[in-house]
Write a protein that binds this ligand. Structure first.
Ligand code: UDP
Ligand code: MG
Length: 329
């Protein structure tokens, strides 16, 4: 087999505090892999600036002038982690045989990248990085994340347990991914649907190197909810079930009320009416809201809006000039 061209895609949102260290560590990884003849010389680090407000983009440009491995893509505004990652994967796959995605904050162990590549050589198209322990996460984050995986599995969405977006994908897996045109990108849900030969590599997750999490609770909840409603209609089915159940219960209650009336004991009333009005009202509002959520999703999908916009692409620029140079020589 020919040595594969590897591109490591790193989405960055306000990561000026960690960027230089991340670039340094990943450069070392690429250098080591090259000296072991595991990857081709054209392998690259592709940093995707997701509309940062700090100096992240300047740092990427500066580094790309000094470090031949480093290149970058700048999105026109903040599109969110998943779309930034997607933009990077799409940009990278044209010039690569395999692509690894990793967060900028060095929480994922960069030394297992070598194992990813070894698995690629063994013929795997998708390699999932899986966290062995979550000791460095706060108790709250750990509990919510684990609850999330369990719940998703219950409603029929098969995610790889304790896998975030640290993974290797081959070019053909990425080509397949590009055919999934949904606006609600939830890569962790889509990638297992692609099929292909896949495997897992285990590692220990570390603390964020510096800076703070770009996923506050609000974003995390939105992410979980999006993941759920863009992959499963189980919640809607659940509501239908509740509807049937409450219909059944209210017919029993109705029969009871009728019997009581026929027996001439009609002074009961206020409590039961109040309770049922509130209960039914609540159920209805909840149902309408949830169905509305799905309609909202459909609305977003039918618009077919582009999922990200690239403002500057150092990567394509560099690859194109290199191709021209080759033609001229
Ligand atoms: N990120 C991004 N766009 C965003 C939010 C986050 O590109 O709108 C990037 C961020 O720079 C990091 C990765 O996504 O590389 C994961 O974010 P973070 O480490 O803050 O999340 P956590 O590890 O706390 O879940
Ligand atoms: Mg992180």
């Amino acid at each position: 087999m020919k040595k594969p061209v590897l591109t490591i895609v790193v989405p960055c949102y306000n990561e000026e505090e960690v960027f230089l260290e991340t670039a340094r560590q990943l450069t070392n990884v690429l250098e080591d892999l090259q000296s072991e003849h595991l990857i081709a010389a054209e392998s690259k680090l592709l940093f995707v600036d997701d509309g940062s407000q700090d100096r992240t983009w300047e740092l990427i440009v500066g580094e790309s002038e000094k470090n031949p491995f480093v290149t970058g893509v700048k999105l026109s505004r903040n599109f969110g982690h998943q779309r930034a990652l997607l933009a990077g994967l799409e940009a990278a796959k044209e010039y690569s045989d395999c692509v690894i995605s990793i967060d900028a904050d060095l929480q994922d162990d960069v030394s297992v990248i070598r194992e990813f590549i070894v698995k690629y050589w063994e013929g795997f198209d998708i390699v999932y990085g899986v966290r062995r322990s979550r000791e460095t996460d706060t108790f709250f984050k750990r509990a919510t994340a684990q609850g999330f995986y369990r719940f998703m599995r219950k409603i029929g969405i098969h995610l790889v347990y304790n896998h975030a977006d640290f993974r290797l994908m081959s070019k053909r897996a990425l080509d397949e991914l590009s055919r999934y045109g949904e606006a609600n990108v939830f890569l962790r849900g889509i990638v297992p649907l692609l099929g292909f030969r896949s495997t897992k590599v285990f590692y220990d997750r570390k603390e964020r190197f510096a800076g703070e999490s770009k996923y506050p609770l609000k974003k995390m909840l939105a992410f979980a909810f999006d993941g759920m409603t863009s992959f499963s209609v189980a919640p809607i089915r659940f509501i239908t079930l509740i509807g049937f159940l409450s219909f059944f219960l209210s017919s029993i209650a109705g029969a009871y009320a009728l019997i009581v009336k026929l027996l001439g004991r009609t002074e009961l009333g206020w409590t039961s009416i109040m309770i049922s009005i509130w209960l039914i009202g609540g159920l209805l509002l909840m149902s309408v809201g949830l169905i509305g959520e799905y309609i909202g999703k459909i609305y977003q999908e039918v618009k077919r809006r582009p999922r990200f916009a690239i403002e500057e692409n150092l990567y394509a620029l560099r690859m194109k000039t290199r191709q021209k140079e080759r033609v001229n020589v």
